[in-house]
Design a protein around this ligand. Structure first.
Ligand code: KG4
Ligand code: ZN
Length: 350
């Protein structure tokens, strides 16, 4: 593909409405023209977690104003858009349907093709929008709210699952531990902030599957250990919260770092890409950087503001798929969503 492509991307899989315009000029790394985001965190906070029906309704309210904002900021007209991309899955069914429906309606109105994108592929490719984009092949550590996976990535759509969480994801471990400590939702950033004032060695918490000999993860037991520790502390929990937060973060980070290094060793690859919301964690970044530098491995992250859900990664993934030769069926506006959708199944289908 050598032509220029302007891709509008819409993300609505969970509690963030994201819209972005990405431009691909020939085969070069696509460029972000503008992106806009509305986080529903405040709305869901009262309930301690995401309420799916409220999420869907809010996506409906936000998506078109955000689209207009992105067009205004980039100085582009809707009619200039060549392809409309949306998150097809995984995620909340109702929330996904909003993005899919709006994308198809826009595509039909403009007479332009639409492309459904895998949310995790968006996360995984998001470091390509950074100032220091990676090159294939690499090992990817995908750490989002719902997924913890290690992947071998040989190119766009060429994903081999090396290991994943057999129960809770790392993001869930952060969120659930934070909830136990009364830190609200989403707990990851709050727990991480509190951890900076505590001692990581204060409590001995398990490092699940650290020596399992494979690349799988398990974080459910860690959450239970945090709960037991919190109960034991009783009245003293408040005073020791920062220490418990630091110990919890240290346990999660150690497992993620060691398993990532094991994946690099197993594949023989010299490049690591970290993506997904937990990739914003400061301690994880510091420790991964140090561990990888020690063995001569380059680590790539998305820009901090593109770690969590956003429309830019969806537009980017679509643009990179089109650059890699993916065809879009024009004037086919029947859509479906895939609330459950394994990322490595893309390698089998595409
Ligand atoms: O990728 P993401 O935005 O959404 C999903 O696709 O799930 O990830 C959200 C997850 C939540 O579990 C959130 O607590 C976690 O990322 N998170 C963090 C940090 N920022 C976001 N966890 C630890 N430290 C952070 N700084
Ligand atoms: Zn995500």
């Amino acid at each position: 593909m050598t032509t220029n492509l302007l891709v509008l991307g819409i993300e609505s899989s969970c509690d963030e409405t994201g819209v972005a315009l990405v431009e691909a000029r020939g085969p070069g790394v696509p460029r972000l023209c503008a992106h806009a985001l509305h986080s529903q965190i405040e709305m869901h906070q009262a309930y301690g977690g995401v309420v799916p029906e409220l999420a869907s309704r809010d996506h409906i309210r936000r998506v078109l104003p955000l689209t207009q904002k992105v067009l205004d900021e980039s100085g582009r007209a809707l009619t200039e858009v060549d392809v409309v991309a949306y998150t097809r899955g995984p995620g909340l069914a109702g929330a996904l349907l909003v993005g899919a429906g709006v994308a198809c309606a826009l595509g039909a109105a403009l007479g332009k093709p639409v492309l459904g994108v895998h949310h995790l592929e968006g996360h995984l490719l998001s470091p390509f929008l950074s100032l220091d984009p990676p090159q294939f092949p690499f090992v990817a550590l995908l750490v989002s709210g719902g997924h913890t996976q290690l992947m071998r990535v040989d190119g766009v759509g060429r994903y081999e699952l090396l290991g994943e969480s057999i129960d809770d994801a790392a993001g869930e471990a952060f969120d659930k531990s934070a909830k136990l400590m009364g830190l609200g939702y989403p707990g990851g950033p709050a727990l991480s902030r509190l951890a900076e004032q505590g001692h990581a060695a204060a409590f001995k918490l398990p490092r699940p599957l650290l020596h399992s000999g494979n690349l799988d993860f398990s974080f459910a037991g860690l959450k239970t250990a945090v709960m037991v520790q919190a109960k034991k502390l009783g009245d003293q929990l408040e005073a020791r919260k920062a220490d418990l937060a630091a110990s919890t973060e240290a346990a999660i980070v150690e497992v993620l770092v060691k398993k990532s290094l094991a994946a690099l060793k197993q594949t023989g690859l010299r490049r690591l890409v970290v993506a997904g919301g937990v990739g914003a964690n400061r301690s994880l970044r510091l420790q991964l950087n140090a561990a990888c530098a020690a063995v001569g491995v380059r680590v790539h992250y998305p820009e901090l503001h593109l770690c969590t859900d956003n429309g830019a990664m969806i537009a980017l993934a679509a643009a990179m798929r089109l650059q890699a030769g993916q065809q879009t069926a024009s004037e086919v506006y029947a859509f479906d969503v895939k609330p459950r959708w394994p990322l490595d199944s893309l390698s089998r289908n595409s």
